[in-house]
Design a protein around this ligand. Sequence first.
Ligand SMILES: NC(=O)c1ccc[n+]([C@@H]2O[C@H](COP(=O)([O-])OP(=O)(O)OC[C@H]3O[C@@H](n4cnc5c(N)ncnc54)[C@H](O)[C@@H]3O)[C@@H](O)[C@H]2O)c1
Length: 290
Amino acid sequence: MNPIASPSSSPADHSEPASSSLEGRVAIVTGAGSRTADIGNGRAAAILLARRGARVLLLDIELDAARATEQTITAEGGQAMALACDVSQAEACREAVQAAVRAWGRVDILVNNVGIGGPAGNAVDLDEQEWDRALRINVTSMMLMAKHAIPEMRKVGRGAIVNIASVAGLMGGTPALLYPTSKGAVVNMTRAMAAHHGTEGIRVNCVAPGMVYTPMVAGRMTPEVREERRKRSLLQTEGSGWDVGHAVAYLASDEARWVTGVVLPVDAGATAGKAPSPGLTPDKAEAKAG
Ligand SMILES: NC(=O)c1ccc[n+]([C@@H]2O[C@H](COP(=O)([O-])OP(=O)(O)OC[C@H]3O[C@@H](n4cnc5c(N)ncnc54)[C@H](O)[C@@H]3O)[C@@H](O)[C@H]2O)c1
């Protein structure tokens, strides 16, 4: 008998730990390009899924951006295919899933990564048309991709969906109204979908990145703001797309086979609390009583 095997309480328990390998799996990553040559969350996730052995369909509204990710993956010996796709369009989402099935016969993993900053402003001054457009890109697109991917996962008998939210969806304090509203919706869409599809073996989880430094934000801040963002966490170090990508790869793999409906902050502790501030002096009344 294996001395380190844990006692088995049901036939589903395995004595061997689950594998991190994604060999034989097919993944779809939305927003798998990046607006510059640098590493965004979607690009990092796609590369890390491919390194684990998945064949990855790379969707992006900017085909060249997805192609750059494809080149990185194929140069490393992985398998990937770039496809132009606007995930806010229902028919484009259906066609993208079908492209994966045509190429590789199945869909195991969906990473809903596309997200935009959306309109600035509070309820009084934001642009209503931009509000509708951004909600469609940040929230509706994830439903549309899931709508077409889940039937393919059912055929496989299991699946993993990872939605990218943001710590802005967990807390107040973001100056604009659209972005935190849409990311809050992604958080609870994750839980609702996890409940709908759990018995089908389809896990649905969410990564909530903190102040990572990616092309999405790089062009929009001064060095001072960058430094201030870094300090807004417990670790006080700057994160990158790779940090988000590693969390996605874990949630997509069998290592997370018992994990669903989770919202995983990847934020250097920003949502856990503030760095310790000077404590109170000892309570004199307590000292007397003692
Ligand atoms: N960067 C951060 O600090 C941060 C923090 C929290 C959450 N996030 C989230 O991470 C996700 C990715 O962010 P990123 O920093 O990697 O961004 P990015 O801008 O580098 O990459 C996003 C990609 O999505 C593509 N895209 C945009 N609209 C699309 C559409 N309609 N259809 C298909 N593709 C489209 C873009 O062309 C781009 O290549 C987003 O959901 C974002 O909200 C980012």
